[in-house]
Design a protein around this ligand. Sequence first.
Ligand SMILES: Cc1ncc(COP(=O)(O)O)c(C=O)c1O
Length: 377
Amino acid sequence: MMNYPHRPTWAEIDLSALQHNLQQAVNLCSTKQRLLAVVKADAYGHGAVPVTQALQSFGICDFAVATLEEALELRHAGITDNLLVLGSCFPGQEGAFLQYDLMPVLLDRETAVRLNVVAVEQSRQLKVHLKVDSGMGRVGFLPRQLQEFLPQLRQLDGLVVEGFMSHLACGDELNSTVTTAQQGQFRTMLQMVREAGIKPREIHLNNSAGLSGWECPECTLSRPGIMLYGGLPGADFSTKLDLQPVMQLRSCIAQIRQVPAGSGISYGHSYYAPDDMTVAVMPIGYADGYNRLLSNCGQGILHGERVPVIGRVCMDWIMLDVSHIPAAAVGDCVTLLGSADGLVITGDDWAEQLDTIPYEIFCRIGNRVPRRYLPES
Ligand SMILES: Cc1ncc(COP(=O)(O)O)c(C=O)c1O
């Protein structure tokens, strides 16, 4: 097939920023803790395989994904490190967990029994991480379920309980009493497991927020995700964490248009030019993850200046007011997310405008946007 140039819209993934953020996470760990890097959802939109490979080169050898499919993508790329599958093992997937040496998170008794049957059939043992609901209110064994299940779990010879884990509901609120209560419940449930004669090697509770704000002396692992990618785990952390954006979303001006005062711009004419204006048309839209709610309120960075989005964001185009930048020309690069010329538009900035969290911003940068990894190896 002919090799055509790609439409000039791309996401740069700055691996040195990833390394910087990783170091911030490492600095927060106690000496007896390792980092288990969360690379689910295509490494929060940054590209699971290249990000995992980069993290490996920075010394990380424990990773978590959400699904079997995500785990297989990493295995097929030759990644042989510890892989924890947070979303557990759905019926029929048991053989793949054994074949590819994947660790499921155990969320219920039925899954444990299914996994055990297949492991015993193959005369194998499968490592699992037992997840308890210490107050998140989502998945995992509740205290009474755990108490009832533990005697049976001990008898499941095909399973090795490698890890014991839970997840925080309100770790992002630094003064949350929920987290204090969850920590207490976590310890109580860990004690129940130990008293049942099960001794997990790995203990983990903290995500990015937990790692940044809450101690877990008994933990051997922490599971940061968002902070590795430069997103804040919550507003309370803006002065606590020194993070760099890993993803820079850039696009080059496709057209420059001089429009007279009074011109309506884009669908619905939600913007009328107040004066004669210079408008830059950018080849990016909501199909690329440039959210339509950024209509008339998004921003770009061009030649060291901020340029506002005017009119509605379309599926494939957005318009910028570049009237104050006479040098603006077709082909010039505009940064829509990330840093350029000493200015920055963070995932947290978008999240605030869109009333969401940076996680969603990064995950939604579409697969129509190619990722370029810097520095190039
Ligand atoms: C079970 C679990 N652990 C860790 C993480 C990572 O969390 P964060 O990205 O807030 O660090 C997640 C992400 O949602 C998760 O679901």
